[in-house]
Write a protein that binds this ligand. Sequence first.
Ligand code: NAD
Ligand code: LMR
Length: 329
Amino acid sequence: MTRTPVNVTVTGAAGQIGYALLFRIASGQLLGPDTPVKLRLLEIPQGLKAAEGTAMELDDCAFPLLRGIDISDDPNVGFDGANVALLVGARPRTAGMERGDLLEANGGIFGPQGKAINDHAADDIKVLVVGNPANTNALIAQKHAPDVPAERFTAMTRLDHNRALSQLSKRTGVPVSEIRKLTIWGNHSATQYPDIFHAEVAGKNAAETVNDEKWLAEEFIPTVAKRGAAIIAARGASSAASAANAAIDHVHTWVNGTPEGDWTSAGVVSDGSYGVPEGLISSFPVTAVDGRFEVVQGLEINDFSRSRIDASVNELVEERDAVGQLGLI
Ligand code: NAD
Ligand code: LMR
């Protein structure tokens, strides 16, 4: 059976994440081996030539699932008919910069893109914002798309989730495939809270297995939360292949669902669960069911977790207020 191709728009297509992402989408890793894709590469004018070069390379791979590539610097064209939009294009943080410094620089990109999505994307559009500050950029885009259900706008914390899986695996000696129910709460920033109190390592509670609050507070949490900065310091550039991998994971899970007995982490619009103000785009434990993310309900939050979740959520409130004052929402 020939399926209709899914239109996938990638902004920042000529950037380093774009380069690590596009070939995996075209090979079927985003949506599965039976789903043909059409790619829309959206860039700024200075990025068009490099995007053309990437498109030539995509052609040269002769991917059986790739049914076309369009390149544009006009968001109204780039998002036309889009079913999935990966908003990657933004200025990355460089050494010494905090994400807050990026609010103004990148906030201006996401309003017009949100409006273009509102006006031109397909009815089933799913949006993942990768460009930083991802949660607040997603909020800006969502606020400019009043006709699109708010839940279709998400921000990426899957990279943080994967980082936390890997650190916990190293500490316990249990492979990541046997770790479940980890959660990243809050902002994709140094205030994020990787929570292992509900996680399971080879079927046993992770916090009890580790049984070391000093390691948790002084090693695990800061290592995960500051990993982005550590990679910038080591590589001289922000994470790219791991970020692209997490974007693939996020959309693949959103479309295909979470495995039975597990959940993942994603920045989704808060419905007020766990005391996170309604409307903020914050990371939660989520399952994906029938193409929708649902926040896992009913988890007990201890004092250790509560103060950390609150700190990260407060930062999101501050970012929302800051972009409000800048007139970006
Ligand atoms: P990059 O500088 O290599 O590429 C960014 C690309 O975006 C460039 O080609 C640029 O021309 C393009 N661009 C800029 N403004 C645009 C616009 N308005 N429309 C379309 N394209 C535009 O950067 P990168 O390393 O690929 O990182 C991209 C973003 O992803 C950064 O904001 C970075 O901080 C962020 N990031 C997020 C995560 C996460 O976990 N959420 C992880 C890694 C990186
Ligand atoms: C990351 O987490 O690697 C990215 O968000 C880059 C950064 O600025 O930390």
